[in-house]
Design a protein around this ligand. Structure first.
Ligand code: IMP
Length: 182
């Protein structure tokens, strides 16, 4: 559903074309923030940001949640190039302060769901009061797990995307819009 005037960019050896505009992204993220705020009204919230890709989404989402909110990070690596390696590794562990908190796991994109499953099974999260999942993007055709993604920004086709935090071999995270592999 390209809604921008089509712009083509090159990152490393690949071409990408505009797919979701910054305006569409921020509008949808605002709605997601409002929904989370309603669901957790009167509660304190712990946003667990899955690095690196979710940093930008998390910054915008958290600014739209007017509740007492703590923010923590977990860094997982799983992707190499444009395909999921399937192997997850913790590079920055979850802080034990999640214990007893209402946690929302913040993902940039849920593709196969391997990373999400890995995060959900981390021992620190087993001690949270509750755990829900928010992802800016969701690839329904690629998803192979059963965890419910409670807050979904956009469902996208099974094509590689970059921008707004998401990278292709390290490049593209700083782009304001999201681009799809051509
Ligand atoms: P999964 O484990 O296959 O669900 O992939 C999850 C992680 O891989 C995401 O958090 C992203 O960092 C990365 N990823 C998955 N799909 C894409 C994509 O289309 N573009 C960029 N990164 C992606």
């Amino acid at each position: 559903m390209p809604s921008l005037k089509s712009i083509v960019i090159k990152l490393h050896d690949k071409f990408f074309e505009s797919y979701l505009s910054h305006e569409e992204l921020t509008k949808r993220i605002r709605e997601m923030g409002e929904e989370i705020e309603r669901d957790y009204a009167g509660e304190e919230l712990y946003l667990l940001v899955v690095l690196s890709g979710a940093w930008r989404f998390a910054a915008e989402l958290s600014a739209n949640i007017k509740l007492d909110t703590r923010i923590g990070f977990v860094k997982i690596s799983s992707y190499s190039g444009t395909a999921s390696s399937g192997k997850c590794e913790v590079q920055l562990p979850v802080n034990e302060e999640v214990e007893g908190k209402h946690v929302v796991v913040i993902e940039d994109i849920v593709d196969t769901g391997n990373t999400l499953e890995f995060v959900m099974q981390l021992s620190a999260l087993q001690k949270a009061k509750s755990v829900k999942i928010a992802s800016l993007l969701f690839k329904p055709e690629a998803y192979k797990r059963n965890y419910e993604v409670h807050y979904k920004g956009f469902s996208v086709p099974n094509l590689f995307v970059v921008g707004y935090g998401l990278d292709y071999n390290g490049l593209g995270r700083n782009l304001n819009d999201i681009y799809q592999l051509k």
